[in-house]
Design a protein around this ligand. Structure first.
Ligand SMILES: C[S@@+](CC[C@H](N)C(=O)[O-])C[C@H]1O[C@@H](n2cnc3c(N)ncnc32)[C@H](O)[C@@H]1O
Length: 224
C-alpha cells in the first residue's frame, strides 16, 4: 500500500497517538524548530513536505509569527485535519494535495521542513527528492528533515527496534500499536550517513545533525 493510502485510512486517529508513538516527541519536533536559523518575526516562506495533519506546520507558524507555510500532502484526509487545526492561522497557510516529488513552485522558499515522511522512499528516491528540495529553495535557504533512520548494521537496527517497542507498548492501546505496526510496512528506511551524503551530493552545504534518539533524527542542509 502507498504511504498516503495508509495515512488516509488512519487520518481520524492520527493526532491522538503521536505522543505515545514517538518516545522523544517534544525534543524531536523541538529540535526541528530550533534548527531553523530565523528570527521570530522574519517573514519566512516555508514549505512542509508530507505535512499530514499539520503538526509540524503549526509549530512553525507559532514559532515564527511572521511566516507563511505551504503544506503539501498526497492525502486529502490528512490535509483536511490540517485545515481544521490551522483555522486560526488563516491567511498564512496554503494547502496543496499532491505528490511532493512532482511539486513545482512559482517562487522559491526560504526553508523546507519535513517530519516523518521522507522515510517512505527507498534509497536513491530520497537522493532525488533532496535534489528537488534544493531546486525549490532560494540561495541561502535551509532544508530540515525530522525523520527516522535505520541502524548502520543489524545489531544497531535491532537495538533501535527494541528501544521503540519497549518505549511505546505501555503508552498506546493494543489497537493503536497494531495500526502503527501496519504502517511500518510502508517504511523504507536508510541510514543517517547515507542521507547526509545524499544531501551533499544534491549540492547542500553546512550539512548537520541536530538531534538523534535511536532511530529518530533531525538533520539539515543549506543551499549555498
Ligand atoms: C507520518 S505522516 C507525517 C505527517 C506530519 N509531517 C507529522 O509530523 O505528523 C507522513 C505523511 O506523508 C505523506 N506522504 C507520503 N508520501 C508522500 C508523497 N509522495 N507526497 C506527498 N505526501 C506524502 C502521507 O500522506 C502522510 O500524511
Amino acid at each position: 500500500m502507498q504511504a498516503e493510502a495508509v495515512f488516509t485510512k488512519d487520518a481520524q486517529d492520527y493526532d491522538q497517538s503521536r505522543r505515545g508513538l514517538i518516545p522523544c516527541f517534544e525534543d524531536f519536533y523541538g529540535a526541528a524548530i530550533q534548527a531553523l536559523p530565523f528570527d521570530r518575526e522574519d517573514p519566512v516562506h516555508f514549505l512542509d513536505l508530507g505535512a499530514g495533519t499539520g503538526l509540524l506546520s503549526e509549530m512553525v507558524l507559532e514559532s515564527f509569527p511572521g511566516s507563511t507555510v505551504t503544506l503539501i500532502d498526497a492525502s486529502d484526509a490528512m490535509l483536511g485535519r490540517a485545515r481544521e487545526r490551522l483555522v486560526n492561522h488563516d491567511g498564512r497557510t496554503r494547502f496543496v494535495t499532491a505528490d511532493y516529488r512532482a511539486f513545482e513552485a512559482d517562487s522559491p522558499f526560504d526553508a523546507i521542513v519535513s517530519a516523518l515522511s521522507i522515510h517512505h522512499f527507498a534509497g536513491r528516491a530520497k537522493a532525488r527528492l533532496f535534489a528537488r528540495a534544493w531546486n525549490l529553495l532560494r540561495p541561502g535557504g535551509m532544508f530540515v528533515n525530522a525523520d527516522q533512520v535505520c541502524g548502520a548494521d543489524g545489531e544497531t537496527e535491532n537495538a533501535y527496534r527494541r528501544h521503540w517497542f519497549g518505549s511505546v507498548r505501555e503508552r498506546v492501546s493494543g489497537e493503536e500499536l497494531l495500526r502503527s505496526l501496519d504502517r511500518l510496512q510502508a517504511d523504507r528506511m536508510s541510514t543517517l550517513e547515507e542521507q547526509l551524503n545524499w544531501l551533499r551530493e544534491a549540492g547542500f552545504d553546512r550539512v548537520a545533525t541536530w538531534f538523534q534518539n535511536f532511530s529518530f533524527v533531525v538533520y539539515s542542509g543549506r543551499r549555498p
